[in-house]
Structure formats: structure tokens, C-alpha cells
Design a protein around this ligand. Structure first.
Ligand SMILES: Nc1ncnc2c1ncn2[C@@H]1O[C@H](COP(=O)(O)OP(=O)(O)O)[C@@H](O)[C@H]1O
Ligand SMILES: [Mg+2]
Length: 317
């Protein structure tokens, strides 16, 4: 177990959102694990105006799940915190990661990603122009580039006119409020194989989980009203060699893509199988990923040790 050297005194802020004032249940055991290692924690709501972030040398982003409703404000907050504290992961990383257009930077480097058509709200697409960008057969997905917890995301049948109309309305509504839209073929093997989330700590693979499929049909106005995310079912999973290889490529690309001089404290790579069964990148979570401590023995200890090592390396007397 890594503990803080004696003489170093650290209080760590674990950033959360107002709806989860005690953190997400998955993150709760982190407090005791850090306490055991000599680090006291405060759980702090990121947009609470009364907080003086300068009192914390270190701030760890955890359950800030409502940021996707106010991405600019959240990004501004990360910069504000970084002016006085060490933010994990750093503000520049968060800024890049909260908009899924980052997938293009990874695709350019040859990483297999879910094929995507991107709609820019500035282009003023009419219904017909949106329609021509949908696939002709199979199911497809419409979602905003800034989202979390499957919010504002819908699945549609390409060969059913009413569903195509619903998808056009969905896309138009997002574009109409200035949001970028992604159109993807629904990769149907997710229904049988599921999604694999691989967690990396300091660039090293820690553990993986399987997530069941989340999308059953069209987006409906008021979907997820009053809740933060679509309910997810997770089970432990041993990643395949192919999944591990893709995830590793993603993580290894990050220092160059982001101009970092080392690995990130945490990264989660979410993969789904394409129609040939090959893993492709759906999402890379560098902001506030659930790390699924409960699903893998040792995961909590590995992460807590890594947090302590970071704090020990960057604490000023
Ligand atoms: N192209 C797709 N094919 C199959 N399932 C998808 C696709 N896009 C999204 N999903 C489903 O929707 C969920 C949420 O989408 P995701 O891109 O991970 O956004 P976020 O988690 O940020 O809301 C995924 O976990 C997956 O179940
Ligand atoms: Mg996701």
C-alpha cells in the first residue's frame, strides 16, 4: 500500500455534482481507501459558489455527472481550479474530452472508431439534408457530441418512415440549440456481446467490465427527466486480446495527441464490436468516468495507491 510520507499533510477534494452530494455509490469506498493511506477527503459540489478551491492543493474529478448540461461552465471551472490547485485529470484534457469530436483526432491516428457522420449546427441543415445522411437499412443512432449517461440519445430503424421522421426531429432539435450531432450505424453486436469498458491507471491496464446494451428505441422528449443517466448493468469481464490491443493504442496515443509528458491518472476506453466482431472505439472517458471499483478485486487499491503517489509527488510544503 502506498501511503503519504509522514510530514506531508494533504486534504483532497473529490468533485461531485449537487444531485450526488455523497458521490456516486461506486466512488464512496474511495474515501476510506484514501483515508487508510493518510489522505483525508472532502466531497465538494463542483458548481457550489461558496467553495474556495484554493484551500485544496489537489482536486480529483469524480461524480460530476451533470456537466454535459453546462459544458462551457464546467470547462471554465476546471481552469479556475487549476489556477490554484492540481486538477486530476488536467483542465486541458477535460476540455478536449467533453466533446466527442475528439474521436476524429484518434481516428486520424488510425485507431478504429465507430464510423460517424458529424452534423455542424452552423450549416443549417434542413430535414431533407439530414435524411440523406441516415443509412438506408439497419438501425442507426442519433446523439449529441456533448453528452453523458446516454442522455439525448436515440436509436432508429432506417427502413421505417415514421422513425426516420422522428430521427430528423431529434437531430433538428439538437442542431437548433447549437449542438453538434453524430449519426452512427447501430452496431448490433452490442446486443449480444455488450460493450467493454477498459480502465487504465497511470497508463497501465487495471480492469475491465461488460456493459449491457443501453438503447432500445427512439429518443422521446422528457427521456431521463429528473435523472442523471440511463440505468446501466455492469459485470466483470476479461477483455479479449483484440480489445486490449485497441485500448492500448488509444491510451498510448494520448501523450502525443494531448501534448502530455506522461500518462494520465485515469482513462477509460469503451469499445463495442463492429459487424465483423472487431472492437471499435465508442467513447474515451477522461473526465468523470465510473471506474467500476466494485466489479474488480484490487481495482480500488490500485487506484488509491496511484492517487497517493500523485499527491506525494506534487505536494508543496
Ligand atoms: N453506434 C452505436 N451502436 C450501438 N450502441 C450504441 C451506439 N452509440 C451509442 N450506443 C449505446 O448508447 C450508449 C451511450 O452512448 P455513448 O456514445 O457511450 O455516449 P455517452 O455514454 O457519453 O452518453 C452506449 O453505451 C451504447 O449502449
Ligand atoms: Mg458511454
Amino acid at each position: 500500500m502506498t501511503t503519504l510520507p509522514s510530514g506531508q499533510d494533504a486534504r483532497l477534494a473529490l468533485a461531485t455534482c449537487a444531485e450526488l452530494p455523497e458521490l456516486d455509490p461506486d466512488d464512496v469506498p474511495l474515501r476510506a481507501a484514501l483515508q487508510e493511506r493518510g489522505i483525508a477527503t472532502d466531497v465538494v459540489v463542483w458548481d457550489d459558489p461558496t467553495v474556495d478551491w484554493g484551500t485544496y492543493q489537489h482536486v480529483l474529478i469524480r461524480s460530476t455527472w451533470d456537466y454535459s448540461k453546462r459544458p462551457q461552465r464546467f470547462s471554465g471551472w476546471t481552469q479556475q481550479v487549476e489556477a490554484s490547485s492540481v486538477l486530476l485529470n488536467p483542465a486541458s484534457v477535460v476540455r478536449w474530452n467533453i466533446d466527442k469530436t475528439y474521436l476524429r483526432d484518434l481516428e486520424e491516428r488510425g485507431i478504429p472508431t465507430v464510423p460517424t457522420i458529424w452534423l455542424d449546427p452552423a450549416r443549417n441543415f434542413d430535414g431533407r439534408a439530414i435524411h440523406t445522411r441516415f443509412p438506408a437499412f439497419g438501425d442507426f443512432v442519433v446523439k449529441p457530441t456533448v453528452s453523458a449517461g446516454s442522455r439525448d440519445t436515440g436509436r432508429y430503424r432506417a427502413d421505417e418512415t415514421p422513425q426516420r421522421s422522428q430521427a430528423i426531429t431529434h437531430a433538428k432539435n439538437l442542431l437548433g440549440v447549437g449542438r453538434w450531432v453524430m449519426i452512427q450505424r447501430y452496431l448490433a453486436q452490442v446486443d449480444t456481446v455488450g460493450e467493454t469498458a477498459l480502465v487504465f491507471v497511470e497508463g497501465e491496464f487495471s480492469h475491465a467490465v461488460r456493459k449491457d446494451p443501453l438503447l432500445s428505441g427512439p429518443y422521446r422528449e422528457g427521456d431521463l427527466q429528473g435523472v442523471l443517466y440511463r440505468e446501466e448493468t455492469m459485470t466483470p469481464r476479461e477483455p479479449s486480446e483484440a480489445e486490449m490491443a485497441v485500448a492500448r493504442r488509444v491510451v498510448d496515443a494520448l501523450p502525443e495527441v494531448l501534448g502530455l509528458d506522461g500518462p494520465l491518472l485515469y482513462a477509460r476506453v469503451d469499445l463495442i464490436p463492429d459487424d465483423e466482431g472487431e472492437p471499435v472505439l465508442l467513447e474515451l472517458e477522461l473526465t468523470e468516468p465510473s471506474l467500476f471499483f466494485a466489479q474488480a478485486p484490487g481495482a480500488l487499491d490500485r487506484f488509491a495507491d496511484a492517487v497517493v503517489a500523485r499527491i506525494a509527488a506534487t505536494t508543496q510544503d
